[in-house]
Ligand binder design. Structure first.
Ligand SMILES: Cc1ncc(C[n+]2csc(CCOP(=O)(O)OP(=O)(O)O)c2C)c(N)n1
Length: 576
């Protein structure tokens, strides 16, 4: 038997458990794993030299395929470069199976090169970190390799999903002879895990039934959430039949809920104390993860409900609004379907709930009116371009939003209910600017539909190694809002008026995307005048085998003026 047979069989275990995509980073120490995955005919492998980017590419693939992607690197600092993506996967519950190759334990810190302390390297950002045995002579060691890999895969996919790490020390020689053939053990042991159902328990139903009639200002708020037709259907029913307002950001993927409140960030920024008071819920029901809207967070903290129920299949709930009173461990679909099945309270009580919904609807319509009248502006800036892009998105596509203003502009504008074949993604687990393009590339490599990213320039240039590989990405489109710095620091309160603002916060930079497009043979579409917009949009959204970047260069001041006008118009809408 080949010395590395238990390691080669890892590929077989992964494949049998439904993992079919591996992201491999070059190096010698990881050769046994690299060869195992590369030679397995049911695993699709791709290789990327920059581990930071590779980590985010694996994250994008896992988000798209909804199973763990395999991620492999060599020993040393390579492993540390996975960390930003691992942290994002941790906080956004994306399943990753991460292998870091290592030297045998006795060689750590012996100046033998490319060696760092790798056990538990990702700390709390992985669900668990395993250490593989470094010799495989004893049957127990071979059993351990099999058990650990089975357990790691199962764990990565257990709700809430997340990254799991396996550190794998390998003793030399690492490479087989050039003509050596690999076989994979066909009867390799698989530990199957039957997923929990998370259906609503009788006890939970009883609790809801008992308490439900005492609330008449019920509000549902959804944080970042993956697109889920069943939840959309259930929430739509609750809104239509029971008059419960459903509030969501663009990353909640609830845009198909026709009368949902998607502009809370807009109206809550300027609403009077009296209006805010009228919008205060007595029961707040939440689902999903982080909320983009700071105004919504501040509003709920300042106007706490009597009770706050959070719905989540498993794991600890966060207390974002400082109001949590109950955690329901079940799926949103079973929870909301049960609520829908409850009889509505007496007419009078139901009318109170319907009236509460109307108050939210009035504010939503106010925000929509402001946005409808905001454009065109005499200064064509990035906000208006985002609006145009969102109006022209293909019927079916993935919309990716980079941190920082890109995701905010898109959130202000929102997606219409008719755009039900658009799914929105954003790295809001850690809100980093370091992997937005790489995550997009991961999606492009694992889906056939168009993937469109809206990004700022710092975020874009930070992650340009996203494009440094040998794979075609014809379904990739990037809208680059190049204001030559981080405009967010001119928009948020605090840094904007400081003398240090430009140098230390905005961090002005001179690059544009022309040279990058030449290097990677992408089509560069430069939007230097609004009159060119129509033709450029047509070319941009033509999917003709080419990768395209549409760039708008502006200066910060112009965009600030537009943003100020926006704020004033919201304010004015309350003065009429
Ligand atoms: C890895 C990382 N480093 C630093 C930050 C802090 N940060 C948040 S937004 C931002 C500027 C982003 O600039 P750009 O991508 O040009 O977008 P804009 O603000 O212009 O919309 C920075 C540095 C971060 N979020 N992530």
């Amino acid at each position: 038997m080949n010395r590395f047979q238990p390691i080669y069989d890892i590929a077989e275990i992964c494949s049998r458990k439904g993992l079919s995509k591996a992201v491999l980073c070059p190096g010698s120490r990881c050769a046994p794993l690299t060869l195992a995955f590369a030679r397995h005919d049911k695993i699709e492998t791709r290789t990327f030299s920059d581990e930071r980017s590779a980590g985010f590419i694996a994250l994008g693939i896992a988000q798209q395929t909804k199973v763990s992607s395999i991620l492999v690197c060599t020993s040393g600092s390579a492993a540390y470069n996975f960390a930003p993506a691992v942290a994002e996967a941790c906080f956004s519950n994306v399943p990753l199976l991460i292998f870091t190759a290592d030297r045998p334990a006795e060689w750590i810190a012996q100046h033998d090169g490319q060696t760092i302390y790798q056990t538990d390297i990702f700390g709390k950002h992985v669900k668990k970190s395993f250490q593989l045995p470094q010799e495989y002579d004893h049957p127990d060691s071979r059993w351990a390799v099999n058990r650990i890999v089975n357990e790691a895969i199962n764990l990565s996919l257990q709700e809430p999903c997340g990254p799991v790490h396996i550190n794998a020390p390998f003793r030399e020689p690492l490479y087989p002879a050039a003509d050596e053939k690999f076989t994979f053990t066909q009867d390799v042991r698989i530990i199957e895990e039957q997923p929990a159902s998370f259906a609503l328990a009788e006890e939970q139903k009883k609790k809801i039934k008992e308490n439900w009639p005492s609330y008449h200002h019920i509000l549902i708020v959804c944080g970042q959430h993956e697109y889920d037709e069943l939840s959309i259907h259930a929430l739509n029913h609750l809104l239509e039949e029971h008059g419960i307002p459903v509030v969501g950001d663009i990353i909640s993927n609830l845009h198909p809920v026709e009368k949902s409140i998607r502009h809370a960030d807009v109206f809550l920024s300027q609403a009077s104390a009296e209006v805010k008071k009228s919008l205060q819920p007595d029961l707040l029901i939440t689902l999903g993860k982080s909320v983009i809207s700071k105004n919504l967070k501040l509003f709920l903290r300042a106007h706490p409900p009597t009770a706050h129920w959070h719905v989540q299949s498993a794991g600890a709930a966060s207390d974002t609004f400082q109001t949590l009173t109950h955690l329901f461990q079940t799926t949103p679909v079973s929870f909301f379907n049960f609520l829908s099945s409850l009889k509505q309270s007496k007419n009078f009580e139901n009318q109170r709930q319907q009236n509460f919904n109307k108050l939210w609807e009035v504010e939503e319509r106010r925000a929509m009116r402001v946005l409808e009248n905001l454009f065109p502006q005499s200064n064509f800036g990035e906000f208006e371009l985002v609006k145009e892009i969102m109006d022209h998105l293909p019927d079916t596509c993935n919309l990716h939003l980079a941190n920082s203003m890109s995701v905010r502009y898109a959130n202000f504008i929102g997606l219409k209910a008719t755009r039900k074949n658009i799914t929105v993604f954003a790295n809001r687990g850690t809100s980093g600017i370091d992997g937005c393009s790489s995550t997009l590339v991961g999606h492009c490599l694992s889906s056939a539909i168009p993937n469109i990213l809206i990004t700022g320039d710092l975020s874009f240039f930070y992650d340009r190694n996203a494009f440094w590989h040998n794979y075609e990405i014809p379904n990739l489109r990037i809208v680059l809002l190049n204001n030559h710095g981080g405009i967010i620091f001119k928009i948020i309160d605090g840094p904007a008026s400081l003398p240090e603002a430009d140098e230390y916060f905005v961090t002005k930079q001179k690059l544009n995307a022309l040279k990058l497009c030449e290097e990677f043979q992408f089509t560069h579409l430069k939007l230097d005048h609004k009159r060119k917009l129509k033709n450029l949009l047509k070319e941009f959204f033509e999917f003709d085998g080419k990768t395209k970047i549409l760039e708008l260069e502006t200066d910060t001041a112009l965009n600030n003026v537009v943003f100020d006008t926006f704020k004033q118009q919201i304010k004015k809408s309350y003065e009429l």
